[in-house]
Design a protein around this ligand. Structure first.
Ligand code: ADP
Ligand code: MG
Length: 291
């Protein structure tokens, strides 16, 4: 593309709150064949709320106490959901020691000499917590698109708390428009496969890659590139930064973290997935005018 065409395109983007960092990004964007979307904070609002509390072998009160104490030191959005519930119920929390966050799996801590865990099935498997009893409940929550958080002590499961994260109002429309442009839409998430599938179905997303550890998101993008596709990655979190850098075009949601914004080629100021479509259309228009 000529420098003038690039300048006009970049200017048009800026008018729409789409910051295109380089002429190269604008050019490559017209060729995008696959768009990989992070789930939490990108497709969804990223502010989950507690929807269900199911105690097992304990009272609802005790479950919320343990949950609140465990999540106190976590910075995960799911922890914020639990703590909002704790506040709402005026639950007093016990002291914790030896807090540990296990990336992509959950957290653990010691309360009154006893170790407690909060997280997904992977974390429970690692600590040999038998989850057969709660399997039907977990499946029910996941089928509703909710994330089931499991709580356990060293001996047994203590309950499940369900959290739901609202899909952004324009996400469905954005997926539809991308598909109309002939682009394959893929969702990438650390969340469990069933929950991810429920959201995939709701939005008619082509493919889903679930239960991906934060450090593996980049590899998933590279795998799609190896199959010969020109890939755009859209994300908001620190976790997404390496994948954004790896993609042919990295697109950060402006409301996201600084690291994500730094790693991206394009930054969307409005926190709206429809701007991914606008950016690709803009790129196509610029290239068309040149040819
Ligand atoms: P994502 O941001 O893509 O949803 P993460 O890698 O941050 O994924 O987390 C993956 C999963 O690990 C979560 O869906 C949840 O089941 C579990 N998890 C992570 N952090 C916590 C936490 N603080 N408390 C409970 N579960 C957690
Ligand atoms: Mg995210």
């Amino acid at each position: 593309a000529t420098p003038v065409a690039i300048m006009v395109g970049t200017g048009k983007g800026a008018e729409n709150g789409i910051l295109i960092k380089s002429g190269e990004a604008l050019e490559v964007a017209h060729n995008i064949q696959s768009v990989v979307l992070d789930k939490t904070g990108t497709i969804t609002q990223g502010k989950p709320v507690v929807t269900d509390i199911y105690p097992v072998h304990t009272s609802p009160q005790k479950l919320l106490e343990i949950a609140g104490a465990l999540e106190m030191k976590s910075e995960h959005p799911l922890a914020e959901a639990i703590l909002a519930k704790v506040k709402e119920e005026n639950t007093a929390l016990p002291e914790t020691e030896n807090f540990l966050a296990v990336t992509g799996k959950g957290v653990q801590a010691v309360i009154e000499g006893q170790t407690y865990y909060a997280g997904n099935s992977k974390l429970m498997e690692e600590h040999h917590v038998d989850c057969r009893e709660i399997q039907p409940l977990m499946e029910k929550l996941a089928e509703d698109g909710k994330t089931p958080l499991i709580f356990a002590d060293e001996k047994q499961v203590l309950g499940i708390i369900g959290a739901a994260d609202v899909v952004k109002p324009t996400s469905a429309q954005a997926v539809k428009e991308l598909k109309k442009l002939g682009i394959r839409v893929i969702m990438l998430t650390g969340d469990n496969a069933r929950t991810a599938k429920a959201i995939q179905k709701q939005l008619e997303i082509d493919n889903v890659i679930a239960e991906v550890l934060p450090q593996d998101k980049e590899r998933e993008v590279a795998n799609i590139q190896k199959s010969g596709q020109v890939v755009a990655m859209v994300g908001d979190g620190i976790n997404d930064a390496p994948a954004l850098a790896r993609a042919d075009v990295g697109i950060a949601i402006g409301a996201g973290t600084d690291v994500a914004i730094e790693s991206a080629d394009i930054v969307l100021m409005k926190n709206d997935l429809l701007d991914v479509v606008t950016a690709i259309r803009l790129s196509k228009a610029v290239i068309r005018n040149i040819k």
